[in-house]
Design a protein around this ligand. Structure first.
Ligand code: NAD
Length: 265
């Protein structure tokens, strides 16, 4: 199994495009968020590592130059307001917001419990909405970049992912609406979504733990990735760093697929 998961060769040295930028990454204690926080810090940003998992956020922030940890449940409007107020007090600005925190709930229209759907939507959709809404007043002061973590599952349906499909499709269109609003109001804030295929992080292990036949499920993941292996968290961190940087200055309201060919199938 590890062969299939870790086939990607090391990335070339990355550029240094985010010197002095202030960044907030949610769900940054683990998986993609942790890789994104590390990459933004590696490119010179001052990163706030935010997660509902306080210990995880503290532990990861301690490994990154200039980073700080923050406990943040993305479903809480009050916690978002405190988080943004803390960043404003510390820096007076926020240049980069990565709404990455999310969960994946398995289930078809016949098996998914409505309370599980509500929970999924609360984190994956309302969490992103609250992040954008809470950060806009501060980000408007200087302009910046918002990256919302969607999924290939926001563009392509799966019979066993009805809730996740609904959540990530909502993030996809919500991102475009926010981007158009910011462009219309000339805030200098770009907003885009990123759509990973299956990337080996703890979320994949949680999905495999939920199904009766994990080997078959993993084989199913691979069969829909023409590249022949799962992605690495750094693959996603690379595109987020690009979108956060001025190199992406013409990218507004776009959905960036990075999925080993999954949505090209
Ligand atoms: N791994 C993949 O294959 C994959 C593919 C497509 C999209 N995504 C998306 O990428 C994002 C990150 O996924 P991952 O694979 O790194 O998952 P993960 O489970 O490794 O990490 C998710 C992080 O979010 C945090 N979190 C959960 N609920 C939260 C809340 N209410 N408030 C704040 N933080 C919370 C968790 O503590 C955890 O640290 C998710 O939005 C996911 O849907 C992942």
């Amino acid at each position: 199994m590890m062969d299939i998961l870790h086939k990607a060769p090391p990335l070339p040295p990355f550029p240094h495009r985010l010197e002095g930028r202030i960044a907030l990454v949610t769900g940054a204690a683990s998986g993609l968020g942790a890789a994104i926080a590390a990459r933004l810090a590696g490119e010179g940003a001052i990163v706030w590592v935010a997660d509902i998992d306080e210990q995880g956020a503290l532990a990861h922030a301690a490994t990154l130059a200039g980073a700080q940890a923050m406990t943040l449940d993305v479903t809480s409007k009050e916690q978002w307001h405190s988080a943004i107020a803390r960043i404003e007090a510390a820096h007076g600005r926020l240049d980069i917001l990565v709404n990455n925190a999310g969960i994946t709930t398995m289930g078809s229209i016949e098996t998914l419990d409505v309370e599980a759907l509500r929970h999924e939507l609360e984190i994956d959709v309302i969490g992103v909405f609250l992040g954008c809404q809470s950060a806009l007043p501060l980000m408007k002061k200087t302009g910046g970049s918002i990256v919302n973590m969607a999924s290939a599952a926001g563009l392509k349906a799966d019979p066993g992912l009805v809730g996740y499909n609904a959540a990530k499709a909502a993030v996809t269109l919500m991102t475009k609406s926010i981007a158009l609003h910011c462009a219309k109001e000339k805030y200098g804030i770009r907003c885009n979504s990123v759509h990973p295929g299956a990337i080996h992080t703890p979320i994949i292990d949680k999905v495999l733990a939920q199904v009766p036949n994990p080997e078959e499920t993993l084989a199913g993941f691979l069969s829909v990735h023409p590249i022949g292996h799962l992605g690495h968290p750094d693959d996603i961190a690379s595109i987020v760093a690009f979108l956060a940087s001025d190199e992406a200055r013409f990218a507004i309201g776009a959905a960036f697929s990075i999925d080993g060919g999954m949505t090209a199938l």
